[in-house]
Structures are given as structure tokens and as C-alpha cells.
Design a protein around this ligand. Structure first.
Ligand code: CP3
Length: 654
């Protein structure tokens, strides 16, 4: 939790800011070994580019293959230090331009040029050769290949085999340092297990490390070594380069600033190292692994959470600090989630256990929270009941045929919990891959809130149709609630059997009811539901706008009650009595405020909870999609740090 390497040995490859990263590593408790891996090359030294330009002007080049966007831009920059930009662009038009994917295409667009051939995905050397084969005979052609990083010999050989004269043009802005001894030492440290963490702050560092390893015939031991150390990458480009070389990045910060990077990796390094070493010793290929490949317990994968601060708080047992997780912690505010969603629809994501588990785990890795919540949706339960469901872009969920009449209720099918097998599978995978101290929360919508979607067809302001049915035909209402309660109970217990350590019941919209109506139309079902949950498993009962319903919610009998932000935590808890645990209750919109304000308001809530056993920090409702991830990190850190300090002082004063 504390941002400290605690004596771990950390290798970094930064050059220009070598001193700074060395200081940062030491500041966060690590032992630094910095191996500067790059030297900036003056543009005038890059003769290959000038030779290329001259031959181009003389009409000696037939084909130009552009491999990267950065390389294309750098090439132009170099050439135009000596020659006219217009002349260069005009001469390029006389060649066949091949762009390897979208990045060189956009670099060309900036010059007003269009490629003649765009290489299709996944843009490897194989696709380059096959697109040329289908369009352009290469025999006796002169082909220039713009290179960035390490030369791709397979591509160059393939072109030569087709009869081309190949001219690689390396356009590095960066070259190897004059003294490569520090790099060689770093390779030895990694391969002999003398360091535990390796930090990459640019993709060029990766190319150079590999290049030196190849030169010294140390590539194999380097690769083996990197499977056993924590790999930190400053940002997405570096991560991609590492991935292309076959290394899995263990941590990439949300914002690519060096101080932030070193601090965040220091905070997680021990955990990440343990995880990687356990995986390695379990025979997982830690060069290329996904979160869901992780197995903490090789012999007893069914073993559940142990020593979890979250579960202790649910049971009102003492903890060293206040645990925190956030409703909707796995969602659109995470870049990785949005990237995944660009490829698959929401329902597909929910129904593919490996992907749902990946998202569940991603939120914990990214945010450092104390519990994971399984990635699913409260409305999934409707499909096995025979109700068609749709999640359209931007509008939220839609029920195709809302059930508005008493008669329509008869169309609901008998619930078979097996139809939600994909959820149980996701629970199983997630539990196996989650660190043993992180709890996994299963969930379902409460019967009332699910009924409101079923009847309204989507979100609603006044719940007219729902209340309409309830008042007009109470008998039908009770039949519906009974069916939903039965289904939800089977569903939640199956999640528990698959590895959920606790469950939360979302009654998000129940606050629209009067206390009398809650007592008559909802409470009996909540009681039945909560009583039916497997004994010993904590149940969190959450709703919004429930200030006037809290006493009744307590009667329903859950171990934890979730509060929204419209009520003060201390007053609510006092009213409920201290024999129930409390979850909440920061306004999600506070996460849009500056860090100082987030801290102030988080501390105010912790002070209201007064260090009492049984508080789980959460928002009063889900994270808003526009929330900056760094603000969530500020919140998580504040809750952990302030509460642990507070508990220590409390203990001392006793
Ligand atoms: O991280 C988590 O909390 C786990 C996943 C989770 C989702 N939905 C994923 C989701 C959970 C716990 C829910 C519960 C849920 N779903 C509730 C109760 C909690 C609450 O917010 O009150 C409700 C009412 C729903 C129904 C629902 N699903 C709505 C209203 C919407 C659209 C609005 C929105 O926030 O997008 C959804 C879609 C949904 N469920 C998304 C996610 C990540 C967004 C889908 C997308 O990627 O486009």
C-alpha cells in the first residue's frame, strides 16, 4: 500500500533524465541501477536518409515502404534540413508508396500524400510481402525500406528473394550510447536475478536493449530474466513495443509522467513480483500472459479469499485500514475498457467469461482497491426469463417488449440458473486469478429495481408504469416479485458456489417508494432473498434515495447497508445501529473535483465513520464515465493512508 520499493533493486534505461530517475527510485526506497540506453544523433549524421533523397531525385527509386509513423515524420525532418520539402514530396509521388498500416498513412496525409498500397492488419512483414505479391512484381525494382528500431531481416530477405534491390534507410533520432557497458551490466543483472524491477521509459530503450543483447549473444538469458522481474512501461507505445518483442508489461501508469510512474510502480512492485514469481513457478509463461492466466493456488484453486480487509469490515471485525472499492469500478472511465468495448459489444463482453474476468481484474490492477466486483449487469437475469434485452449506444438498456399488463406477466419463463453459466464461469476465473487478500463480490439487481426495468422498458423518472401495476393489481405484483426473488436467489447462490466471497444486491431505484409501499411491496421479498443467501457470506444491500427507508432496509437483514451521498454517514449509522456494517458514501461527482477537494471530502467521511469497525468506503453510486483515473487513485490512496493513520492513533489513545 505504501509507495515504497522497500529495498528492491530497480533497473532503468532512461538516458536524458538518468539522474532524475535514479533519484526517484532511491526516494521511493529502491536501489537504482540506471543504464542509459540512448544517445541523441545529430540530424546531420544520418547519411542514409540523404543518400535516399539524392537517389529519389535522380529517379532511381521505384518503391518506398514506410514502416512507422514516427519514422516517416523523422525521415522528412532529416531530409528537409538539407533539401527542399516540396521537391522531396513531388519526387515521392513518382514512386509506389507502401504504408504499413494507419500510422504511416496519417504521417503521409500531413504531407498531402496518399499511399498506393496500404498493408492490412496485423501489419507484419508477412502482410507487407503478400500485398506486394498481389499488386506489384518486384523483380529488378529498387525498394527503400524506412526502418525504425531494429532492422527486420525477414522483410528485407523476402524482398530480395523477389528480385528487388533493397535499401534500408534507418532514421533513428537515437543511437546506442557510446559506452554500452552499463547496458551490458543491466542485461547481466536481469538475467542473473540481481534486479527485481525493470523500468522502460521509451520504446527506443527496448530496441536498444535487445540490440545490445543480440550483439553480445545474451538475448536468450535476457528474455528468461525478464520473465521473472516486474516490467514497468511508461505508456502505451512502449508497452506495445515490449509486447511485440514478447514481453508482458506488469504495470503501465495512467499518465505517462516519470514521478507518477516510479511512485505507482513502487506501490505495487512487491505485489506484482510475488504474482509473477508464483505464476512462473506454476509453469505459466510470464513472457506472454494475461491476467486470467494467473493461478495463485496450484493445488487448491477452489480456495477462496483469505485475510481480506474487505470481508473483515463486512463482518465488523477490526482492520488496519478502511477498505475501499467503487461501484462501476470496471467501466467506461478506464481506457483499457473503452479499447475492449471498441471491439466487442457490451452483451458479448458480459457473455464471454474470459473477457468479463479480464475486465473484473483490470479494475483491481489499475485502481488498487480491496475488492473486485464481477463484470456483468443487473439486467442479464431477464434473458433466462424470456425477456429480450438490448444495450444501445449512449442510451443504456432497453427491454424490447416491456411487460405492462397483468397478462403479459404470464409470458415469463421458468428461470433456469444454468442459462447464466457464463457469469459463474467468469466468477471462477476471476477468483482463481485474484490475489488471495482481494475479495470478489458477486451481485444481482434487487427484485424491485429489476421489475422497474422490466415494466418501464428502460430507465424512468417517475416509475409510473411500475407503480401503476403495483397499485392496480397487487396480486400480479406479488407474483412477479416472487418469481424475481426466486430467480435472484438461485443466481446469487450459484455465484457464491463459483467463488464469490460476498454479494451486493442493487436496489438502485427503490428510493422512489414511500416507506409504506416499501414495507408492503418490497420488504418481504428482500427478507426472503437475504435469508436464502448461503450462510456466512456477507450481503451488501444498496439503494439510492433511501434516507427514509433505512430502518426498513435494516429489517431485511443484510450484514452491510450501502448508502448514497444524500444522507450523512454518521447520522445514518447511528440511526441504523452499530450492529450493521456501512458502505459509502462519497458523491461520485466529487471525483471530478481537484485532488485537494477529493481528499478533504474523503477525510470528512472517514471522520464521520470515526474509525469504527464495519465501514467500507465506496461512492454513493457508480463512478461517472468522465472520471479521471488519477482522481480515483487519489481517493484510494487517501482512504488507505488516512484511515490507517487514524486507526493507529485511535489504538494508541486506548
Ligand atoms: O464495475 C462494476 O460495478 C461491475 C459491473 C456493473 C455493470 N452494471 C456494468 C455496466 C454493475 C454492478 C452494474 C449494475 C447495474 N446495471 C445497475 C445497478 C447499479 C447502478 O448503477 O444503479 C443498473 C441500474 C444497471 C443497468 C444498466 N446497465 C444501465 C442503466 C446501463 C447504462 C448506463 C451506463 O452506466 O452505461 C447499463 C450498462 C452498463 N452496465 C455498462 C457497464 C460497464 C456500460 C456499458 C458500456 O460499456 O457501454
Amino acid at each position: 500500500m505504501k509507495a515504497s520499493f522497500d529495498g528492491m533493486r530497480v533497473v532503468a534505461f532512461e538516458s536524458r533524465r538518468a539522474k532524475e530517475i535514479e533519484r526517484l527510485i532511491a526516494y521511493y526506497g529502491g536501489i537504482p541501477q540506471v543504464a542509459p540506453s540512448m544517445r541523441e544523433v545529430p540530424l546531420s549524421e544520418t547519411t542514409q536518409a540523404f543518400e535516399f533523397a539524392e537517389e529519389l531525385f535522380n529517379g532511381k527509386i521505384d518503391v518506398v515502404i514506410l514502416l512507422t509513423g514516427v519514422g516517416t515524420r523523422t525521415l522528412i525532418e532529416i531530409v528537409t534540413t538539407k533539401y527542399s520539402r516540396d521537391k522531396f514530396i513531388e519526387s515521392l509521388k513518382n514512386t509506389t508508396i507502401v504504408a504499413r498500416g494507419p500510422k504511416p498513412v496519417s504521417a503521409l496525409r500531413e504531407l498531402g500524400l496518399k499511399p498506393d498500397i496500404i498493408v492490412p492488419e496485423p501489419n507484419t512483414w508477412r502482410e507487407i510481402l503478400s500485398s506486394l505479391d498481389s499488386t506489384l512484381p518486384l523483380n529488378n525494382k529498387t525498394v527503400v525500406v524506412q526502418e525504425y528500431g531494429v532492422s527486420n531481416t525477414q522483410l528485407l530477405d523476402g524482398l530480395r528473394e523477389r528480385g528487388a534491390t533493397v535499401k534500408p534507410v534507418a532514421v533513428y533520432r537515437w543511437a546506442l550510447p557510446e559506452d554500452i557497458k552499463p547496458l551490458v551490466d543491466a542485461i547481466h543483472s536481469i538475467s542473473s536475478g540481481k534486479v527485481e524491477v525493470a523500468l522502460f521509459t521509451s520504446s527506443q530503450q527496448v530496441y536498444h536493449l535487445i540490440e545490445v543483447a543480440r550483439q553480445k549473444e545474451l538475448e536468450k538469458p535476457l528474455r528468461e530474466g525478464l520473465k521473472r522481474v516486474v516490467i514497468g512501461s511508461i505508456g502505451p507505445t512502449t508497452t506495445e513495443t515490449l509486447k511485440n518483442f514478447g514481453f508482458t508489461v506488469d504495470y503501465e501508469p495512467n499518465s505517462p509522467k516519470m514521478g507518477n510512474f516510479v511512485r505507482e510502480i513502487a506501490r505495487r512492485a512487491h505485489y506484482l513480483l510475488t504474482r509473477k514469481q508464483i505464476a512462473y513457478s506454476n509453469g505459466v509463461d510470464t513472457g506472454q500472459w494475461k491476467r486470467i492466466d494467473m493461478i495463485w493456488y496450484k493445488d487448491a484453486p477452489e480456495k477462496k479469499v483469505n485475510n481480506s480487509v474487505f470481508i473483515k469490515a463486512c463482518n465488523r471485525e477490526p482492520t488496519d485500514y478502511t477498505p475501499i472499492w467503487l461501484m462501476r469500478q470496471a467501466g467506461r472511465f478506464l481506457r483499457e475498457y473503452r479499447e475492449l468495448r471498441a471491439r466487442v459489444s457490451f452483451l458479448e463482453l458480459c457473455k464471454t467469461p474470459e473477457l468479463a474476468a479480464e475486465v473484473t481484474l483490470m479494475a483491481v490492477d489499475r485502481l488498487g482497491v480491496d475488492a473486485a466486483i464481477i463484470f456483468a449487469d443487473i439486467l442479464l437475469i431477464l434473458e433466462p426469463l424470456g425477456v429480450e434485452l438490448e444495450f444501445s449506444k449512449g442510451e443504456g438498456p432497453r427491454i424490447k417488449k416491456p411487460l405492462r399488463s397483468t397478462k403479459a406477466l404470464d409470458t415469463l419463463r421458468e428461470f433456469n440458473p444454468d442459462e447464466l453459466d457464463f457469469v459463474y464461469k467468469a466468477v471462477e476465473i476471476s477468483r482463481r486469478a485474484l490475489a488471495p487478500e482481494i475479495a470478489l463480490i458477486g451481485f444481482a439487481g434487487a427484485p424491485f429495481t429489476v421489475a422497474s426495468y422490466l415494466i418501464e422498458g428502460g430507465s424512468s423518472r417517475n416509475y409510473e408504469n411500475t407503480k401503476g401495476l403495483m397499485y392496480r393489481d397487487p396480486e400480479a405484483w406479488h407474483v412477479l416479485m416472487d418469481k424475481l426473488t426466486h430467480a435472484t436467489l438461485l443466481y446469487l447462490n450459484r455465484q457464491i458456489d463459483s467463488g464469490a466471497d460476498a454479494v451486493q444486491i442493487f436496489d438502485s431505484w427503490v428510493g422512489c417508494l414511500s416507506p409504506e409501499d416499501y414495507r408492503d411491496f418490497v420488504l418481504p421479498y428482500m427478507k426472503k432473498l437475504i435469508q436464502g443467501i448461503r450462510p456466512g457470506v456477507p450481503v451488501i444491500h444498496f439503494g439510492t434515495g433511501t434516507a427514509s427507508l433505512l430502518d426498513l432496509m435494516k429489517e431485511a437483514g443484510s450484514s452491510v447497508i450501502g448508502l448514497d451521498w444524500r444522507i450523512e454517514l454518521d447520522k445514518a449509522w447511528k440511526r441504523l445501529g452499530y450492529d450493521v456494517a456501512i458502505q459509502g458514501n462519497l458523491d461520485p461527482a466529487v471525483l471530478l473535483a481537484p485532488p485537494s477537494e477529493i481528499k478533504r471530502r474523503a477525510i470528512r467521511i472517514l471522520d464521520k465513520a470515526a474509525g469504527r469497525e464495519g465501514h467500507i468506503f465506496n461512492l454513493g453510486h457508480g463512478v461517472l464515465p468522465g472520471t479521471p483515473v488519477d482522481n480515483v487513485l487519489t481517493l484510494v490512496d487517501t482512504v488507505h493512508e488516512y484511515s490507517s493513520m487514524r486507526k493507529k492513533t485511535n489504538d494508541q489513545s486506548l
